[in-house]
Design a protein around this ligand. Sequence first.
Ligand code: FES
Length: 488
Amino acid sequence: MAEYVLLHPEPGKILSDQLFALGIEFPCGGCSACGGCRVRLMSGTIPITEGMREALSEEELGEGWRLACQAETDGPVSLDIEQWSASILTDESRVAVEPSEGYGAVIDLGTTTLVVELVDLATGSVAGVLPGLNPQGRHGSDVMSRIEFDLREPGVLTSLIRRTLGAMLAELVRGRKPREVLICGNTVMHHLFCGESVEPLSHVPFRPSAPGERRFLAEELGWPEETHGAAVTFLPCAGGFVGSDLLAGLIACGMHQSETPMALMDLGTNGEIALGGRNGILCASTAAGPAFEGGRIRMGMRAGDGAIDRVEHDGSGLVCHVIGGSAPRGICGSGLVDAAAVSLETGAIGASGRLSNGAKSLSLAGAVSLSQADIRELQLAKGAVAAGMEVLRQEAGTEAPRVSSLHLAGAFGNYVRTGSARRIGLLPRWEAPVNPIGNSAVRGSRTLLLSPSRRQSLLDDLLRITRHVELGANPEFQEAFVENMIFP
Ligand code: FES
């Protein structure tokens, strides 16, 4: 059943601030009327702005749709925001421990989501977990929009994320002071947290200004007293936009120790991929965009109540599974991949991505449908990822049959159906088994936290064998991207 939230205007606060705190994403930070922050007004008044007219049709406005980033009101309003309920992947699996006293913490600083974990250093067990949303999302959902915002208003995003993580850790601690904290995240998250300039990441050749490990004391970061004394380390970046979240993922899947080549794909907001083994690893970031999380898809939503998350064909028509069993309200990433795969099989979509017989949209269930533009968005996203992996394979000189396993990290990787992902060409058609590994960034960081004597050598070895490949300026990537836009 859909849930509505009742909001009262708070003195000194605009409604959009309250909406953001509820998890609604603002993909363009409210700058360009992208339409990605839609919410539906059920009762009360939110005046229609010029931007809302640009982004939404008359019909949509009439149905109550509004842009959250431009919402203002004088009186109480009731809104349907179920499409924004977040699923944040945590990880509590056991890893090897070098026992020591006290507590430590690991933080996965994602572009969209945050996970803070308190760890008992004696046993390695997870003493508490706190998931949350990255408050920087208020100023844009992807790394490029964060960079643009930071160049316009330097320092705002740095204090925002430092304050939020300090408060989350203090909430988790409850008398169990952490001795040390390890943070992982992509390069933009690293630079913004550490207060480094992101300007070099705003243009070719996208070289980070200070990609190394950075150390702080909790009090230097302005964190609450409960955390004081903790040594806080932001782990080093791999290069370009590829950060320590991927390095931690490599540790979690054991790529750095593997005799045979293996692959890792983390398809979050900032897609990162790697291929290799103990003798060398290549990594890259792919500008896949947010399509796999339902972003920029007309009826896209997170994998919450009412989302179509699975689509099959029973011989007579499409059968859609809806999360929570309620009426369909939109489609999430795994449903999108399924819908495209099934439609390719039935011929409703051609290999070029064009809808067959001049159709304007593809009806799925209830009022939920996919438009031609949605299919194009999926082609762009899967084309970028597949082309990136193909370039890494060529660069490494690895024959596809030699790849022993393909690990999928992150929430989308956990839920997407492998057969559908292969059918649309998102995953390579290698024989290698596909292994969803959940939040590998948290697991890998916890492994480092619990191996204090080996940590530095592990990181040094990993950085020595890992090479970043810049895809943006790579002609082979451009060629492979065009080829991989087509469905196989
Ligand atoms: S219109 Fe882009 S975030 Fe609201």
